[in-house]
Design a protein around this ligand. Structure first.
Ligand code: CA
Ligand code: CA
Ligand code: CA
Ligand code: CA
Length: 189
């Protein structure tokens, strides 16, 4: 914006801010200041004052990218399902994001590394549970107890494998049924 954010006191030369400064909008200013004497004729000189805006941790991390993963049932453990990603509009450690897995009924079946890599810790059975919901947290490293975090849900779908033998369902007790033999006798018996 073109709003003037600074003022200089004409006699003391003290430079003050006149509005809130947002580093995420403008992170440095160059101010042209003029000093003039009261002589006749007045003599003056100008100088450039550079102001850098330091960061405060005023943004929480935001998740982006995939949060829905899938794996085929009966796969071996320790398979990487994917990578969680988050961004943070701040700077430096205020923007350094680490990931943690929050407790949930199936959290112990997964491992989430600080960098967002998500792994399986077990082999899954789709017929037992076709979908696992995890709660994850992205936390920045804002110092002095001022870290900010955001929570999100991750869904892991277990893909079916043809691992169940077909089952014969018996007819209801009072129903009419036809008895068939499922065995054939060897011809030479
Ligand atoms: Ca932050
Ligand atoms: Ca900031
Ligand atoms: Ca199965
Ligand atoms: Ca199956």
């Amino acid at each position: 914006s073109s709003e003037v954010s600074f003022a200089v006191d004409p006699t003391s030369g003290r430079l003050t801010t006149t509005s809130l400064l947002d580093r995420e909008s403008v992170d440095k200013y160059e101010l042209l200041v003029e000093a003039a004497d009261a002589g006749n004729p007045a003599m003056s000189t100008t100088a450039t004052v550079k102001v850098s805006i330091l960061d405060t941790n005023d943004h929480a991390p935001e998740f982006y990218g995939a949060r829905h993963f899938s794996i085929v049932e009966n796969s071996e453990a320790l398979i990487q399902l994917g990578q969680l990603t988050a961004r943070d509009a701040d700077l430096g450690e205020n923007a350094q994001v680490t990931f943690t897995l929050l407790s949930s009924p199936t959290a112990s079946s997964f491992r989430l590394d600080q960098d967002g890599s998500l792994y399986t810790l077990v082999s899954f059975d789709r017929e037992e549970c076709p979908k696992h919901r995890l709660r994850v947290r992205a936390t920045d490293q804002g110092p002095g107890g001022l870290a900010r975090h955001t929570d999100a849900e991750v869904v892991v779908t277990i893909i079916d494998e043809d691992d169940e033998p077909p089952r014969i369902s018996l007819p209801a007790e009072n129903g009419t049924s036809v008895r068939i033999s499922i065995y054939t006798h060897p011809k030479n018996a």
